[in-house]
Write a protein that binds this ligand. Sequence first.
Ligand SMILES: [Zn+2]
Length: 202
Amino acid sequence: MKQCYLCGEELIKNKNKSKDHVPPSCIFPPDKLSNLITVPCCKKCNKEYEQLDERMRNYFAILAGDKSGIVGQIAKRAILESGKLRELFLSYTKEHPTLIDDIGNQRLVFYFNDDELKTWLIRVVRGVSYYINKKRISDTAIYKLFIYPKLIPQPSDTFPMEKGLEFRPYFVSGVIQELNNDFWVLIFYDKLIFSVSIDACD
Ligand SMILES: [Zn+2]
């Protein structure tokens, strides 16, 4: 029996069965989509994340700048050129004061919505974990999120990762496993580094 990696619902062909890309395909450029990983997912859960995926892609692209390559250029251009999209994008960020830089120009500041970021990262971890371990993370698991604001030049030296997935430079993940406790490291665009620790997982 195949289960949705998120809600655990039994998946039935031609009814509720679908596949989810982890991480979502929108963070990769169009020419890199052929070998991304997928996990079984119900249609409802799959649909639920569409807009969040786009927002996260846009945040990441803007934060990672040049490192996000073609994906970033598309996202950045879309946001800067479309007033409507920009307004929508900003409405999902936290308060966003403008800063004046050292030569007197106004600079717009984007903030992550922490809850959205957390929701999104946990879902990516649940997806890669399902893919590697072939089972769902327990619904009672407790997640802790860490954000590494500074660029770490050689992430793989800093975090000795055991099992993991690599689609450099767009996404790298790995897990450090301890007894009853996993520590996942996720890196996007070789620049944005997050980790999610999972306590009390089965
Ligand atoms: Zn589901």
